[in-house]
Ligand binder design. Sequence first.
Ligand SMILES: Cc1cc2nc3c(=O)[nH]c(=O)nc-3n(C[C@H](O)[C@H](O)[C@H](O)COP(=O)(O)O)c2cc1C
Length: 171
Amino acid sequence: MDFFQVLESRRSMRNYAARPVEEEKLQRILQAVCLAPSAGNLQAFAVYIVRRLEQRQALVHAAFDQEFIAEAPIVLVFCAEPERSAVKYGERGATLYALQDATIACTYAMLAAKALDLDSVWIGAFDEREVSRLLGLPPGHRPVAMLPIGYAGKETRPRPRRPLEEWVNEV
Ligand SMILES: Cc1cc2nc3c(=O)[nH]c(=O)nc-3n(C[C@H](O)[C@H](O)[C@H](O)COP(=O)(O)O)c2cc1C
């Protein structure tokens, strides 16, 4: 798949096949994350790999019963590390750049997964404190996105988008 085919074929997947993700593919996804840009190249994020079924099920509850999360064999949890960015950028690093670093990292993982014929769905609706507690995250790691990854179950249709004229502005 070329890059634009990856973009055009990616959909949020909420239905996964009972097929494991190959370890080599997971490693390629993590290597792709490592290539993501970050403010001052500080990479102010951390990624947690959740594989155990009990933990995936616990994440379902922390994410307000989004059951499909546990169907995916792997869930990556992307955390912002505000203090890492604050060292160089102060308040802006802590409150903005670290969140951007973590979300760009998650975007890279999502697109890399698609390029490897895997599917995923960005999960933003969850109780941060509950996720931190379940995974035993250190206080400086703030979970900002979860990414269940696996092979597609059912096909999903593309969601519509706002037309460009609505959101592209010439100044
Ligand atoms: C910040 C963010 C938070 C999201 N949170 C959730 C979520 O909690 N649960 C879910 O099923 N999808 C979630 N999504 C996925 C969106 O619903 C999805 O990307 C959007 O509807 C467009 O569909 P598509 O990804 O198939 O193109 C989230 C996406 C983003 C970027």
